[in-house]
Design a binder for this molecule. Structure first.
Ligand code: NDP
Length: 480
């Protein structure tokens, strides 16, 4: 049995109490490795290491910091297949997805912020006749990064890369459900020569390790991605301590399909935006609104195509969907399908667990599910399910669809399909969301602001927004 280790002060070590929790392979429903069940003392040790490393790291020239980050990225890239296989085993996602999306994007995160820091500049403000202000952007010190299980290495590096590029030292906690690629990253960091203490990875449970990080007075900022309720718990603790907070939270994203769309493109992308990663992407469009003139046609082809999507074990090259991440999560998703039926919905396809054969018979598989006939404001259409379940709803006017689209507590992402440019601009402007994709989905330019409005989060990640988050501005005025 493989034992994952913490990465503290440049060393791979067992947790202080040497206690562990089981890590389950969701495709087989079997324990396959053990994770440190770390506690407050492990976090304390990580903070001590980070504190000792901060002065040297924050004074290391930017291009030297960048060179180490590029080296880390290059090593991951050279082992892409190993990382993709590990991500898939840990999370249940198809290997093809991990090797085309998760791991390449993790590599891009490291490369992007390694180079972004070299282009980052602070401002100066001239006051005619009086003097000049210039603003220094200094690293915060020790920062905490907490990430979820759905895109494990991708979201972990999305936080760590800007934090260390800006000169901070980091205490990071991956989700306890998917720790493996974070562990592999720690091995790579040691190999690439990242100075000890700059990045410390403490594995364990959210309510122990995550809570200890949030409460630690020396961790001055928390960058968190996860559920809205967890975000609220963290904010309650961190806000009175005046910590900087970046919260990327849940979503219930609308996918609005107008009758004048490019039908085939809207259809093929909607299949991906509904069910990629088993629907476990915070950006998936789980509420699909279809303009009435094409509703029946779109529904028929959408259902027919999804019925052909293969649900299979992650290493099956033909798998379109793998396993969902855990048994409790599978049960939660299935319970929402039951709720949808109680609320009057009709399941057009899917709606049940899938039992594979042989070694995968205990895995957590769900057929991709399409439901119609629900009110836009019922629980199924308001609460985040975060699985392979979408609803379809017809609409007649722009005003009506905007009302339905904007009706949830969330406002993360949205998708709009139309060939009418004016309509695209109008609707994009009116949707309550931090991200709008027109005639596309999941296109990412790492320079753009990323994040949500309403209960989908506070703050923005991406590009210089992330570097601004991980630095403190200090204004200096020089009198003429
Ligand atoms: P959780 O909120 O359950 O967990 C996220 C992370 O927080 C995990 O590492 C978790 O540890 C940790 N955690 C749990 N409790 C605490 C606590 N009290 N204090 C500090 N940390 C804690 O989310 P999930 O992992 O279930 O991820 C799914 C959610 O993430 C969905 O709601 C999804 O929408 C959201 N998400 C948002 C994204 C965005 O960019 N807005 C992107 C991706 C996902 P542990 O695993 O041990 O519980």
């Amino acid at each position: 049995m493989k034992y994952i280790k913490n990465y503290i002060n440049g060393q791979l070590i067992a947790p202080v109490l040497d206690e562990h929790i089981e890590n389950i392979d969701p495709s087989r429903g079997k324990v396959y490795s053990m994770i440190p069940d770390s506690n407050q003392q492990d976090v304390e040790n990580a903070v001590i290491a980070a504190e000792a490393a901060f002065s040297a790291w924050s004074n290391t020239p930017k291009d030297e910091r960048a060179a180490i980050m590029i080296k880390i990225a290059d090593i991951i890239e050279s082992r892409l297949d190993q990382f993709a296989a590990a991500e898939s085993l840990d999370n249940g996602k198809p290997v093809s997805l991990a090797s085309h999306v998760d791991i390449p994007r993790a590599v891009s995160n490291l490369k992007f912020f390694a180079t972004a820091i070299q282009h980052y500049a602070s401002e100066s403000h001239n006051m005619e006749g009086q003097g000049i202000n210039y603003t220094l952007r200094k690293p915060i010190g020790i920062v905490g990064c907490i990430s979820p299980w759905n895109l494990p290495l991708y979201l972990f590096t999305w936080k760590i890369a800007p934090a260390i590029a800006a000169g901070n030292c980091v205490i990071a906690k991956p989700s306890e459900v998917t720790p493996m690629t974070a562990f592999m990253l720690s091995e790579v960091c040691a190999e690439a020569g990242l100075p000890k203490g700059v990045l410390n990875i403490v594995h364990g449970l959210g309510h122990k390790v995550g809570d200890a990080m949030t409460k630690h007075p020396k961790i001055k900022a928390i960058s968190f991605t996860g559920g809205t309720n967890t975000g609220a718990t963290i904010a309650k603790i961190a806000a009175p301590m005046f910590k900087k907070l970046s919260l990327e939270l849940g979503g219930k994203n609308p996918n609005i399909i107008f009758a004048d769309c490019d039908f085939d493109k809207a259809l093929s992308t909607t299949i991906r935006s509904s069910f990629a990663n088993q629907g476990q992407i915070c950006l998936c469009g789980s509420r699909i609104f279809i303009e009435r003139p094409i509703y029946e046609k779109f529904k028929a082809v959408f259902v027919a195509k999804v019925e052909k999507s293969k649900v299979s074990y992650p290493s099956d090259p033909e798998a379109k969907l793998g396993a969902v991440v855990s048994q409790p999560h599978m049960e939660k998703v299935l319970s929402y399908i039951e709720l949808a039926k109680e609320e009057g919905g009709t399941v057009l396809t899917g709606g049940h667990q899938v039992k594979l054969e042989g070694e995968y018979s205990e895995g957590y598989y769900i057929r991709p599910t399409i439901i119609e006939g629900l009110a836009y404001d019922c629980r199924t259409n308001q609460e985040e399910i975060f699985g392979p379940v979408v609803t379809i709803t017809p609409f007649d006017t722009e005003e009506e669809v905007l009302k339905m689209a904007n009706s949830t507590q969330y406002g993360l992402a949205s998708t709009v399909w139309t060939e009418n440019l004016r309509k695209a601009h109008r609707v994009a402007n009116e949707i309550d969301a931090g991200i709008v994709w027109v005639n596309s989905w999941l296109v990412r330019d790492l320079r753009t602001p990323f994040g949500g409005v309403k209960n989908s989060g506070v703050g923005r990640e991406g590009g210089f927004e992330a570097l601004r988050f991980f630095t403190e501005p200090k204004n200096v005025f020089i009198q003429n």
